[in-house]
Design a protein around this ligand. Structure first.
Ligand code: PMP
Length: 301
């Protein structure tokens, strides 16, 4: 997989001057990391991706991210031109080359360059792109004092049209919801599904605490099966907390004791106001704080 250039660059200890971007086995300076304007990833959002965090130079749950990438690719008939082991090695090398310990990795596989028609069979060279960087999704104060979110009118993609389980390069559904949230002064927005139930936020899964139990929409609510979501469910269960994956309504959110969001980039962020209604006592609650502490320990261990 990784070619000579990647391996020799990975062996260098010195931090390269320009961020190094991996494309198909080669490393490029950020300024020279380019794909074709005929790539269907650009023309049609035809491709898949993962966003992952690294802690101490190691990707949290890399295997799960790769599994989801392969599942997304399979769902859109995209053959990834590398093995999971080769991509895992390339991700690690790209982190190392860029001297990133605690950071964020964007792994993208596009359909590749084709013609100006939709036909993916005319695309011959899928691009495997790895960007290692740092990310701060929200300022510290949101983690300390909690976030305010709003429910938006853009509903989550109908699973029968485009399954939200596919982490595809077409994020317009989420972007439209994000714009609505931003216009209402909120950095994150709550999306309902085609049935009017709570689904997820534009880039995060949602959890509620009610009556000492942890509640979250199930996968068949039409959501992305978040890897952070899975880790939080495991932590809660290990702590003896009942976790219920059930249909939830806006009403359930409004009357919940606590609310928080999960995502690789966001990690765990408390929510203290939804649609102008205060959640619980208006401060990040004890369950959220405890799970956040446990998540921190899990990711840093
Ligand atoms: N839902 C959506 C729509 C997302 O894009 C993401 C990832 N940013 C998540 C949930 C959280 O998933 P994960 O924990 O795997 O990052």
């Amino acid at each position: 997989m990784a070619n000579q250039e990647l391996e020799s660059a990975a062996d260098q200890d010195a931090k390269p001057r320009s961020p190094q971007i991996y494309i198909n086995g080669e490393l490029f300076d950020k300024e020279n990391a380019k794909v074709s304007v005929f790539d269907h990833g650009l023309l049609y959002g035809d491709g898949v991706f993962e966003g992952m965090r690294s802690y101490g130079g190691r990707i949290f749950r890399l295997d799960q991210h790769l599994q989801r990438l392969w599942e997304s690719a399979k769902a859109i008939w995209l053959e990834i031109p590398m093995t999971p082991e080769a991509i895992a090695a390339a991700v690690r090398d790209t982190l190392r080359v860029n001297s990133i310990q605690d950071g964020y990795v964007r792994l993208v596989v596009t359909r590749g360059a084709g013609t100006l028609g939709l036909d993916p069979n005319k695309c011959s060279d899928p691009q495997v792109i790895i960007i290692a960087d740092h990310i701060t999704l929200y300022p510290d104060e949101f983690y300390e004092f909690g976030l305010e979110i709003v429910t938006v009118s853009t509903s989550r993609n109908h699973p029968a049209a485009l399954s939200p389980r596919i982490k595809s390069l077409n994020y317009l559904n989420n972007i439209l919801a994000k714009i609505e949230g931003l216009q209402a002064g909120c950095v994150e927005a709550l999306m309902l599904n085609h049935r009017g139930e709570v689904a997820e936020c534009t880039g995060d899964n949602i959890f509620l605490v009610a009556g000492g139990e942890l509640l979250t929409p199930s996968i068949d609510a039409g959501i992305l099966e978040g890897i952070t979501r899975g880790a939080v469910i495991e932590l809660a269960q290990a702590a003896g907390i009942t976790v219920r994956e059930i249909p939830l309504t806006k009403h359930d959110v409004y009357i919940s004791d606590e609310c928080f969001l999960t995502g690789s980039a966001a990690e765990i962020v408390p929510v203290v106001k939804v649609d102008s209604r205060q959640i619980g006592d208006g401060h990040p609650g004890a369950f959220t704080r405890d799970l956040t502490a446990q998540f921190r320990e899990l990711t840093r261990s």
